[in-house]
Each structure stands twice: as structure tokens, then as C-alpha cells.
Design a protein around this ligand. Structure first.
Ligand SMILES: *Cc1c(COP(=O)(O)O)cnc(C)c1O
Length: 422
């Protein structure tokens, strides 16, 4: 498939007059169409709800768009809870799925009335000591261990993941929580990340639904919801076939009819906590070529760096790159596209075939809408970029300004430079 940016060279040339590169740009139209399709795909389940994984794109303007479609928030930290509350998503519209959880985080989650999703059996005592009670609605995170396979291909390695309770532990946890007064139960599992296959969710659903039937039968608790979590991926590479959300919804429906309905559990709500799928393709990092270097390899230096997008440096992740205005030119040059960090892994692409890049060209780095800006950091004293929203009417809204040196030095309370710059 041909990957084309959702923005043209002409549009970028207008935008940069107000907002210099680099910046992350988000596509409102794409976000809205995608969330509508997701809701439709699961509309067969009356209790269905998407809790957007805030960590993917913690921007209140974007979260608010999803809220319009009834999405809740999946939070995993104190500030993510604050952010959800700030846009009016609170109570059971928050799923709090954290691990290695600090006391303060549980306290705030409880104050906001969030559904707490316990990562470990020992967290039952920890939570009770911290907030003084066990909530009536509670969820447990399950990790069956082993390898997660779809017809012989290994999708991921839950046995090596720090998250969730073992099979024995989740039975025991439900029993203990029931004795301590919990009334409504949920189960959650995240067993494979960035899956580009329509089979992941249905396979996961089968594991969780069968487990839920056993749990309800053996412990006598009422299971209110099953949370299929994140993991639906996006085609970062042009040759990947995108997921078909309708096929995924239908696949989960079939397993629901096969496993839950015959067990008398046709009232169970399906929850999802997608991040990447909700936002990934609808964001891009726009950067400008500022240097070319001809040494042992051909390098193009851009004005963004790994601080703006960490995935290539961190996981060797592929992000497609389009040189704006040269979409139709042959990709007959081979480049490493680099940022300016003093780290040799600060490369957005290695040995990438692209059209000839000239200084001043704008490069669109695709699929940065999730786990893009949010993973950013400040190494080398680099400042984080702005985030912009390309609205449906074609206008552009600044939804987060770029950091300034004053922001970077703001935490040096006792040091002159911190004071001077504030
Ligand atoms: C990160 C995360 C998600 C979202 O994952 P995606 O791959 O972005 O869909 C959902 N649930 C939990 C608990 C997570 O940690």
C-alpha cells in the first residue's frame, strides 16, 4: 500500500509561517472517523466502552475529541488521572491500570471514583491499607504466562512480562476481594503489542472469556466486564495490511456467543483500552532537512531528534518517511535520516530509499500519533516540540506550545538560572 501523508506541502508551507518545525501534527478528521468505526464494530455489545490509553497521547484537546464519542480514559499514573479529571472524565469512566503503583496514585484513583485494575495479588492488601477499603467495583489483570501464539507464529511473550496475576492468583484474588466486599468484577489482559492481524482480539477474547466463565462459576462473583486492553496495531510499514476493525469486532462477537452466552454471561460488557489504534496513524512528525553530510554514508540531518520521537532509537521501530512535494519522484537515494543528539542511535531511518533530499525539504515522519510525543524526554537539553491539530475545516490549532529554555530550567528552584528565566 502507498502511504500518503494527511497533509500536503502547500499546507505545511502555510503552517510553518506561524509554527516553526519540528512539530507533531494531528488529523482531526482521521481521529473522528476511526473512533466512529470502532464504536460501530462493537455496537453488538450494549455495555461496550473504549477507555483510551492516555499514555499514548496525553493531550487534553485530543482526549476531548474521543470523549465526545463516549470514550473513557485508561490511566496509569497520577498525572494521567489529573488530566482525565481535567477534561471531565472521572468516576467509572476512568480505568486505572497501573503496576508497581505508588500509594498517592491509588489514593487519587479512589478519590476520582476510578475503576481500579489490580496488577498483582499483593496489591489487594496494599490498596486496602492505602485507601481504607476495597471498592465495590474492582478489576484484576491476568497473565496466563507462556508464549502467545496465533497459528504457530509467536505474537508476544507474556511469560516474560512483569504484568498481571497467574491463573491460580487470579482465582485467589477474586475470592479474597469477594470476602472483602467487592461486588462487581472485571478481568483485563494485555498479551501482545502492536498486532497487525484481525485474529489477536478474538484469540485474546477466547482466553479471557473461558477464564471468566471458570472464575464466575468457581468463585460465585459477578463478572461485569472483560477488558481486552490495547494491542491492536497499525501498519507502520507500507507493505502491511491494516487491521479491519469490523472483522475484529465480529470475531470477538463470535467468541462471545460461543463461550459467554451459553454460560449465562450474556450481560458482560466488553471494554477496550486502545492507544496506538486510536491515534497512531493520525499524527505525524514534521521536520525540515537542515544538513547533508557525505562521509562513510549519506546522511540527512533534520531539525527533529529522538527526543521528539523515541521509537526508532528505542526499539529500532520503522516509521515511514515522505519527502513533501516529492511524492511522485523515484526513491533512488539511500540515506540515514538523523537527529542532533550525541547518540548514534538518533536516527529516524537507516539505509532508507528516498527521493533526493535537499536542504529545506520538509519530511513527514508517519504514524507518530501514539507513543510519539508522549515518550519524549529532554536528553542533551533538547526541548519538546509543539503539538498542532489540523482541524476538519483545514485550519490549524496549537494544542500544546513548544517548550522554551525557561520550561527546561524551571525545576532548578534554588539555582540562579532557574530563577532568572522565570
Ligand atoms: C499501553 C497500554 C495500553 C495501550 O496499548 P496500545 O498498544 O497503545 O493499544 C492499554 N492498556 C494498558 C494497561 C497499557 O499499558
Amino acid at each position: 500500500m502507498n502511504k500518503t501523508p494527511f497533509v500536503t506541502k502547500e499546507q505545511i508551507e502555510e503552517i510553518v509561517k506561524s509554527y516553526p518545525t519540528p512539530f507533531h501534527l494531528y488529523d482531526e478528521k482521521g481521529i473522528r472517523e476511526n473512533v466512529k468505526a470502532l464504536k460501530e464494530a462493537f455496537s453488538w455489545n450494549p455495555g461496550y466502552k473504549e477507555y483510551f490509553a492516555v499514555k499514548a497521547t496525553p493531550n487534553p484537546f485530543l482526549m476531548q475529541i474521543l470523549k465526545e464519542y463516549g470514550c473513557g480514559c485508561d490511566c496509569s499514573s497520577y498525572t494521567e488521572l489529573m488530566l482525565s479529571d481535567a477534561i471531565g472524565v472521572n468516576g467509572q469512566n476512568i480505568m486505572f491500570s497501573s503496576n508497581d503503583t505508588p500509594e498517592e496514585d491509588f489514593k487519587l484513583a479512589d478519590q476520582l471514583g476510578a475503576i481500579i485494575n489490580l496488577d498483582d495479588i499483593t496489591h489487594i492488601d496494599f490498596l486496602e491499607k492505602t485507601i481504607g477499603h476495597i471498592p465495590e467495583t474492582i478489576s484484576c489483570r491476568y497473565n496466563p504466562g507462556g508464549l502467545f501464539k496465533i497459528s504457530n507464529s509467536i505474537m508476544d511473550n507474556p511469560g516474560d512480562a512483569k504484568y498481571g496475576m497467574t491463573t491460580d492468583q487470579i482465582f485467589e484474588a477474586f475470592q479474597i476481594l469477594k470476602e472483602k466486599g467487592a461486588k462487581e468484577f472485571g478481568i483485563h489482559a494485555f498479551l501482545a503489542s502492536n498486532t497487525v492481524t484481525n485474529d489477536y482480539y478474538p484469540m485474546l477474547a477466547k482466553v479471557l472469556f473461558e477464564q471468566a466463565v471458570k472464575l464466575q462459576q468457581e468463585t460465585g462473583v459477578h463478572i461485569k466486564f472483560i477488558n481486552l486492553s490495547g494491542g491492536i496495531g497499525i501498519p507502520y510499514k507500507p507493505d502491511q495490511e491494516p487491521n479491519d476493525i469490523y472483522a475484529i469486532g465480529e470475531g470477538v462477537r463470535r467468541v462471545y456467543e460461543e463461550v459467554l452466552v451459553p454460560a449465562g454471561m450474556g450481560d458482560v460488557a466488553i471494554y477496550t483500552a486502545l492507544g496506538r489504534y486510536m491515534m497512531g496513524p493520525f499524527g505525524c512528525l514534521v521536520t525540515r532537512a537542515i544538513h547533508e553530510k557525505h562521509t562513510h554514508k549519506e546522511y540527512i540531518g533534520v531539525d527533529a531528534c529522538a527526543v521528539n520521537l523515541m521509537r526508532p532509537a528505542m526499539y529500532g521501530a520503522y516509521h515511514h518517511i515522505t519527502v513533501l512535494g516529492k511524492e511522485k519522484e523515484p526513491c533512488d537515494h539511500i540515506y540515514d535520516i538523523t537527529g542532533s543528539l550525541c547518540e548514534n542511535n538518533d536516527k529516524f531511518a537507516i539505509d532508507r530509499m528516498l527521493p533526493k533530499v535537499d536542504i529545506g525539504d520538509y519530511l513527514v515522519i508517519h504514524d507518530t500519533g501514539a507513543h510519539g510525543f508522549s515518550m519524549g524526554y529532554n536528553y542533551n537539553g533538547k526541548l519538546k516540540s509543539a503539538e498542532l491539530l489540523l482541524k476538519e475545516d483545514g485550519s490549524v490549532q496549537l494544542i500544546r506550545r513548544a517548550e522554551t529554555p525557561a520550561d527546561y530550567f524551571a525545576t532548578f528552584d534554588c539555582f540562579e538560572i532557574g530563577k532568572k528565566l522565570r
